[in-house]
Design a binder for this molecule. Sequence first.
Ligand SMILES: *Cc1c(COP(=O)(O)O)cnc(C)c1O
Length: 358
Amino acid sequence: MRPARALIDLSALRHNYRLALELSSAKALAVIKADAYGHGAVRCAEALEGDAQGFAVAAIEEALELRAAGVTKPILLLEGIFEPSELALVDAHDLWIVVHSAWQVDAIERANLRQPVTVWLKVDSGMHRVGFHPYEYAAIWRRLQATGKVRDIVFMTHFSRADEPDCPRTAEQLATFEAAREGLSGETSLCNSPALLAWPQVRSDWVRPGIMLYGASPFEMPQEQVSRLVPVMTLESKVIAVRELPPNEPVGYGARFVCERPTRVGVVAMGYADGYPRHAPTGTPVCIDGRPGRIIGRVSMDMLTVDLTDHPHAGLGSTVEFWGRNVLASDIAMTAGTIPYQIFCNVRRVQREYRDGL
Ligand SMILES: *Cc1c(COP(=O)(O)O)cnc(C)c1O
């Protein structure tokens, strides 16, 4: 079998979730949308179910998969319903919904629900993607209350630049949020991972950590709390061929790497079809049998090449880590011009193996 695999450490996931609770002193919905950022939503939910106060996913399909697997904790749909008919499923499966648009309020008004629904009412405090305008927020809240079909209404908003600790936008969004809900009582939810990690002055009843649960930094610069996160995913594979090349010989597609010295090249079963970023250039770090190494040449679909010249003990069958505890996914993301969110979400085709240290 092809040796490419993603090891998922569920005890690290729990550690990171507990860190989110500790740092925020709030309740936390574990954000496990997009198949838990490529880590496997059902397995991650099961691992967290003893600790987590609830989960958040993007859409009802993801929530139904969790309910079918026996997850009973609250599940929030971060984009709410996509059409009015979904309210019947929301009702049947006891889901929480974000309400961000007027048509969703209309749908609740018209719906026949068995039980009142929990709504997270979103205000657009400056991201300008979804959410109600601050000036209409209170009126929408009253309209929802008047339906008699709503249990709790949590006030929520989403930050656009919380990963930039020196940017005033987060404080501006916070002020807009507070003004929009002035005089209304209910729980609040503000923080994603970067806000939770870098903005201790932002307080709310609920936080919504995503990327930090998987142990990766949302920041481009060093950040104090990030060192306390433990990477959950290790992406690794093995050397499947070795060759010795003289100087001036090229390696791989497009001859993007040309040997400067006698070079021992290791070919590894990992490529962009597994989600490894094709734009990772020569020099991108890897860890070869526990020692720092580098990629050379272009990443192809199923294979890539590493420099074994300074790794005399490595050879056929050596293990190469692409990210994990030795190579940080956020560093690879930066090197390849992307973010760790996309690095994780792109992982596919490799075998997933779960470990649970506790
Ligand atoms: C995805 C998402 C989050 C989690 O964001 P991270 O940066 O991964 O922590 C939080 N809130 C909302 C509304 C989201 O869509």
